[in-house]
Design a protein around this ligand. Structure first.
Ligand code: PLP
Length: 220
């Protein structure tokens, strides 16, 4: 897409989105020039689906904050903890174990969101809503992992109203967990909503949205 249009899209989005809601630019399959245009127009966080893509783009993006928003494979965890300020997709204890082991060795902390499989789709990654409390308890010993909130995709649908109940459920979970004051768990960030669904997600309490198409245009 024309870089001017990307800038206009970002400006429009930032004007429209309420204060306190953070926009993550979902950068998959975009060129570094496109992502840079978005940053120049006011984007502060770039979301990547692939470690490789993030690595390739990093030298062109300055010191913008990068988040992992795609599924993270264990064998990419080492690169991921160096590249990303936050991993939004913690979805298994085995990945957590690996993140803990590597962070300990490197002497750093890793901030994460727990990915919730809010539509309970068996083929999708994410922790089932009813399992999240047990999952957090399983993380207790992992003192290098800082849980900052929840992330969800919801089901794929053209109709955001079909996704709304799943956002609502995730919000309820977020509030419940916040109330428990678990050690090493801060419920501050609720990441949900994409180009077609961010309005509904914000209505349902999202304070972080991940936007690709509405910034960069349709993926080719
Ligand atoms: C691609 C992607 C988005 C953004 O999707 P758009 O519909 O292009 O806005 C958000 N979150 C994740 C995890 C993605 O992979």
């Amino acid at each position: 897409m024309e870089l001017d249009n990307i800038a206009k899209n970002v400006e429009r989005l930032l004007r429209e989105i309420p204060e306190g809601v953070c926009v993550v630019a979902a950068a998959k399959s975009r060129t570094p020039e496109e992502v840079r245009a978005a940053i120049k127009a006011g984007i502060r966080i770039v979301g990547h689906n692939y470690v490789k893509e993030a690595e390739a783009q990093k030298p062109f993006l300055g010191d913008v904050e990068m988040h992992m928003i795609g599924h993270l494979q264990k064998n990419k965890a080492k690169k991921a903890i160096r590249l990303f300020r936050m991993i939004q997709t913690l979805d298994s204890l085995r990945l957590a174990q690996e993140l803990q082991r590597l962070s300990e060795r490197e002497g750093l902390y890793v901030s994460v969101l727990i990915e919730i499989n809010s539509a309970k789709e068996p083929q999708k990654s994410g922790i089932m809503p009813e399992d999240v409390l047990g999952f957090l308890e399983g993380l207790k010993a992992f003192d290098c992992i800082l849980v900052k909130g929840l992330m969800t995709m919801g089901p794929i649908s053209d109709d955001p109203e079909e996704i709304r109940p799943h956002f609502r459920l995730t919000r309820r979970l977020f509030e419940e967990l916040k109330g428990l004051n678990l050690p090493n768990v801060k419920m501050e960030i609720l990441s949900m909503g994409m180009s077609d669904s961010y309005k509904v997600a914000i209505e349902e309490g999202a304070n972080m949205v991940r936007i690709g198409t509405k910034i960069f245009g349709p993926r080719l």
